[in-house]
Design a protein around this ligand. Structure first.
Ligand code: UDP
Length: 348
């Protein structure tokens, strides 16, 4: 039995593929390579004990025929679903494209998975489901009022999974990530987005001289230094959480029929529970790289909440999740190793 990973060639997807195969899981990847990198899957395969290949299908989650073919070729036990469009700003410009890929694509995927008897589904959700938080740290039962189409699509999919459980017994775990950063310690896989919009890679590309400087998006927020506070979590810790989610679903979907359907559709935050301001991340990046990293203050970025910090108590207690990279300097240093080793990402 294999685990189907959609979006397995993307940033968090490829690290999760590497984590799963390193723990002896059989993995099948579907990715349309619109944003992902084929090399990321190949390099992840180095985590395979027997140096084998990871089955890769270039396909789109909106394509029911292509997905059906994958389910025909492989005996799929569970789905880990990353494939999505994930840029907040872009989602405001082209909201219908976000609904089409994220909501419609997931609908096709879930229908196909249910039709092939899949009972376990792990979904890549987001802190963007909360919108402007009412309290810090954010807990899973807090209101979800997304402030952009990206967050709306992630929230809609969580609800789709809730109803898929009610109707079809599909058990799911939605993982609401806070700010993913860092890279695999050994496998030469890391973050490579085009365009890059995230703070830590932008700081490190500036350190490498690929950008003239960094714009800090606003210094008039109600925080100690006036810049936005985020909860940065290492990508390998996120990858580990997906594996733990699968273990939990597998336990519940085991041969003992009396356990069936006891989980439903669960939601977990994934963050370190500690917030760092943009200014603090800038200071950490200067310290790690030993480079100046010129920065100027610009206007606020629309839709940015002042503070986003997770309570991950539920993930720690229920999944047994224990982040290994809890400190900001370690996370930035991990990303810096990747950027230094691959200044052009997966490009030549
Ligand atoms: N940010 C910034 N300059 C940049 C990119 C990001 O000041 O060039 C800020 C952004 O406003 C936010 C934080 O850095 O407060 C993290 O942004 P990122 O895009 O990395 O992640 P997000 O919080 O949007 O998921």
């Amino acid at each position: 039995m294999a685990i189907l990973v959609t979006g397995g060639a993307g940033y968090i997807g490829s690290h999760t593929v590497a984590e799963l195969v390193a723990h002896g899981e059989s993995v099948v990847v579907v990715d349309n390579l619109s944003l992902g990198h084929r090399q990321a899957v190949q390099r992840g395969a180095r985590a395979l004990a027997d140096s084998g290949e990871i089955p890769f299908h270039m396909g789109d989650i909106r394509d029911a025929h292509a997905l059906t073919e994958v389910f025909r070729q492989h005996e799929i036990e569970a789905v880990v679903h990353f494939a999505a469009r994930s840029l907040v700003g872009e989602s405001v410009q082209v909201p219908l494209d976000y609904y089409e890929t994220n909501v419609w694509g997931t609908t096709v995927l879930v229908k196909t998975a249910v039709a092939h008897g899949v009972k376990s589904f792990v979904f890549s959700s987001s802190a963007a489901t909360y919108g402007e938080p009412l309290r810090t740290p954010i807990q899973e039962e807090d209101p979800t009022l997304p402030t952009n189409p990206y967050g709306e699509t992630k929230r809609a999919i969580e609800r789709l999974l809730y109803w898929a459980h009610q109707a079809h017994g599909l058990q799911s775990i939605s993982l609401r990530y806070f700010n993913a950063a860092g890279a695999h310690p050994d496998l030469q896989i890391g973050e490579d987005h085009h365009p890059e919009t995230h703070l830590i890679p932008i700081l490190l590309q500036t350190a490498l001289g690929q950008r003239p400087g960094v714009t800090v998006f606003g210094d008039d927020y109600p925080t100690d230094d006036g810049t936005c506070i985020r909860d940065y979590v290492h990508v390998m810790d996120l990858a580990a959480a997906h594996r733990l989610a699968l273990i939990r679903l597998r336990g519940s979907n085991g041969s003992n029929g009396s356990n069936a359907n006891k989980l439903g559709a669960e939601v977990f935050n994934l963050g370190n529970g500690q917030g760092f301001s943009v200014q603090q991340v800038l200071t950490a990046a200067r310290a790690v790289t030993g480079r100046a990293i010129p920065a100027t203050v610009g206007p606020r970025r629309p839709g940015d909440p002042a503070v986003l910090v997770a309570s991950s108590d539920r993930a720690r207690q229920v999944l047994g999740w224990q982040p290994q990279f809890a400190d900001l300097t370690g996370i930035v240093a991990s990303a810096w190793r990747w950027h230094q080793g691959a200044p052009n990402g997966y490009g030549v």
